[in-house]
Design a protein around this ligand. Structure first.
Ligand code: MRU
Length: 350
């Protein structure tokens, strides 16, 4: 069945060309552009992408970010090379470069490997790359919709939901993961209220989630990360929804630095804590959270933001971009296949 849909897509793509008009990514006949997430929300700048090296820079500087979205962006960069007639060897070399642009989110490696497998399958490698890239994009929009549906079933009218980082349409090809659940609940008129943590150091919550929520007309309150505890103590949070960059086979998962503290707080206060992700974020080859490679980033991201530096210029810094939340703190896994307990997740991840 999978083969049949890939064949149909190859046929369609070669007849009509690939055309993607996404929220944060666009592709049309070899022209690729990315909404620069570094500049949001003050400026909506679209970057014209010309080379895979440029895409590596865009991914590693977080102009495009979010686990599913970096996978989608990398494969569309390979599709652009295919459409522009680059050789098999050139595309393969670029794939290896793109694959290691960021180390923690497994989606990037999984998506690039899918393209590598397709191009090595024999036949027209350029058509196979284009069809696989388009398939990955379209599949991610469907996965988000399924996650939204599965998670929405948990949400009661009037809930106050805390979320972390950005897991919406900027981070995926669809409505998002954790933020997709929130959007689905809002669309059903459940009168929810969102508390968005600002997410230091790069402020994906304060800049991007707040912007997305505003665009969708979802009522929200922006808080500094260190305010979550007080809100939970005051009984003002009913549920926590977060995304993931890599879920290990035992259910531990890596997500934006600070997620673990929110999980500990939720556990202490008896607030349900859910992780929402597509199957492309599960790494069956990674036995547990302590095996997940955590990206360390530039000290300047902690010393200040953009051109502003608020610390002594050379202040020593520790800047891990992600942390690991153990499965014992997770109430349930909201996946594209449904809302799973840890036991159900362990079977699914096998
Ligand atoms: O460093 P980022 O902004 O790419 O980190 C993003 C996150 O941690 C998200 O929560 C995760 O990728 C899930 S996005 C659906």
């Amino acid at each position: 069945m999978k083969y049949l849909s890939l064949l149909c897509l190859i046929f369609q793509t070669s007849l009509f060309g690939m055309n993607i008009d996404g929220f944060a990514i666009r592709y049309n006949g070899g022209e690729l552009s990315i909404l620069n997430q570094q500049k949001l929300p003050s400026e909506a700048e679209w970057i014209d992408v010309q080379t895979p090296e440029q895409m590596v820079e865009i991914i590693s500087t977080l102009k495009v970010r979010g686990a599913p979205m970096i996978g989608v962006s990398a494969v569309l960069s390979l599709a652009q090379m295919a459409e522009r007639g680059l050789s098999f060897d050139e595309i393969e070399k670029a794939a290896y470069l793109l694959r290691k642009a960021r180390p923690t989110a497994v989606n990037l490696a999984i998506c690039v490997d899918r393209v590598l497998d397709a191009m090595r399958n024999g036949g027209d490698y350029r058509a196979a790359i284009l069809a696989t890239a388009e398939n990955i994009y379209r599949e991610d929009t469907d996965l988000c919709a399924s996650i939204g549906e599965a998670g929405n079933a948990l949400i009661q009218p009037g809930e106050r939901i805390l979320t972390y980082c950005n897991t919406g349409s900027l981070a995926t090809a669809g409505i998002g993961t954790a933020l997709g659940v929130i959007k689905a609940a809002h669309a059903q008129g459940k009168q929810i209220h969102v508390y968005a943590c600002e997410t230091r150091p790069l402020l994906q919550g304060g800049r991007l989630t707040a912007w997305e929520l505003e665009e969708c007309g979802i009522p929200f309150t922006l808080i500094c990360d260190n305010m979550a505890a007080t809100l939970m103590q005051q009984g003002k949070i009913d549920r926590v929804l977060v995304g993931a960059d890599r879920i290990a086979a035992n259910g531990d998962f890596a997500n934006k630095i600070g997620t673990y503290s929110v999980a500990v707080l939720a556990h202490f206060h008896g607030v349900p804590f859910h992780v929402a992700a597509p199957y492309t974020t599960i790494d069956p080859n990674c036995p547990s959270g302590d095996q997940i490679r955590i990206e360390e980033r530039s000290p300047d991201e902690v010393r200040g933001y953009g051109k502003i530096c608020w610390s002594p210029k050379d202040a020593p810094v520790y800047n891990p971009a992600f942390d690991v939340t153990p499965s014992s703190l997770v109430t349930s896994y909201i996946l594209n296949v449904g809302n799973l307990s840890l036991e159900e997740f362990l079977q699914e991840a096998r």
